[in-house]
Design a protein around this ligand. Structure first.
Ligand code: GDP
Length: 298
């Protein structure tokens, strides 16, 4: 198996240790289901997804007359893959010229790191990239993006204390003029409870649409896989405000809360384009439901 699977597995093992171990030599009884329920809740799958999976599993065990723990585990695996499969959607390049991506998230979610990883990923697929430092609040955030851009030969459009919508608009115009393939717009980290900042994001989105018909083509949210149910709350809030087209879940190399993806699938099934599995530039992978469940359940 590729190295990144091992990393994902190592991260999720904190979850899967609880899940996998349950099935070893277990009897199929209420105790097993109770333990399974506790393990899923602990992995932050949330009440809804946990109940959904348990009910479906019990039904399957009955229908198929499953008798041993290995068969039950395999059934759970299948159910989880079915639950997560709708989230799997390949990120297609070259649909628009330029393809405009707006990227939001709370502070510390891994937004800037992810933008760097994505830019590298796109470049390795022959795409030219331009970045817009839409975080006009924090000089440090702008600098972080600038440094990254210089190191990788990527133009970064930045303005000191400018209006994020204006910076974003300029970036798209610049990309059009230069024939750039992809524009990635970084935005300032914010909490969904900061309503004026959420309004500002909506404005960035509106203004992008004025500069280029159909833009932004992707409205993405970066969430920290470590934050569990809080990540789900963020998905709901940002989706309500911005109508998200996709998610990127970071830090799945070190979390015990990987189950939150099941909650997302049940409650707000926004596609997960990529997952972050480390701090290095190459630690980004397309989300694959089967591989994810493999890593989770072994
Ligand atoms: P931002 O505030 O959302 O822009 O977050 P940053 O990009 O600055 O990232 C915050 C921290 O998370 C940094 O220390 C990153 O190295 C780290 N980070 C980002 N993505 C990942 C990931 O997939 N795995 C791990 N282990 N760390 C990550």
């Amino acid at each position: 198996k590729p190295n990144w699977m091992a990393r994902l597995k190592a991260g999720l093992s904190k979850t899967s240790a609880n899940l996998s171990v349950l099935f070893v030599g277990a009897k199929i009884d209420d105790e097993l289901y109770d333990e399974l329920e506790a393990a899923l809740l602990m992995a932050d799958a949330g009440i809804d997804a946990t109940q959904f999976l348990l009910d479906a599993l019990k039904r399957k065990v009955k229908e198929d007359k499953l008798l041993d723990a290995a068969a039950v585990k395999a059934a759970l695996k299948t159910l989880m893959i079915e639950l997560l499969a709708p989230l799997q959607k390949p990120f297609e390049l070259g649909r628009h010229q330029p393809l405009v991506m707006m990227i939001s998230g709370v502070n510390g979610a891994g937004k800037t790191t992810t933008i760097g990883k994505l830019a590298k990923h796109m470049q390795s697929h022959g795409q030219s990239v331009l970045l817009a430092a839409g975080d006009t609040f924090r000089a440090a955030a702008r600098e972080q993006l600038m440094v990254w851009g210089q190191r990788n030969n990527v133009t970064v459009i930045s303005q000191e204390s400018g209006d994020p919508a204006a910076v974003s608009y300029d970036a798209v115009q610049s990309a059009k003029a230069k024939g750039i393939d992809i524009v990635m717009i970084d935005t300032a980290g914010r909490l969904p409870t900061q309503l004026h900042l959420m309004e500002e994001l909506k404005k960035v989105k509106r203004v992008l649409g004025k500069g280029l018909e159909g833009a932004p083509h992707e409205t993405l949210l970066v969430i920290d896989g470590n934050t569990g149910q809080n990540a789900l709350a963020q998905v709901k809030a940002f989706d309500d405000a911005l109508q998200l087209s996709g998610l990127i879940i970071t830090k799945l190399d070190g979390t015990a809360k990987g189950g939150v993806i099941a909650a997302i699938a049940r409650v707000r099934p926004v596609p997960v384009y990529f997952i972050g599995i480390g701090e290095r530039i190459e630690d980004l992978q397309p989300f694959n439901a089967t591989e994810f469940v493999e890593a989770l359940l072994g």
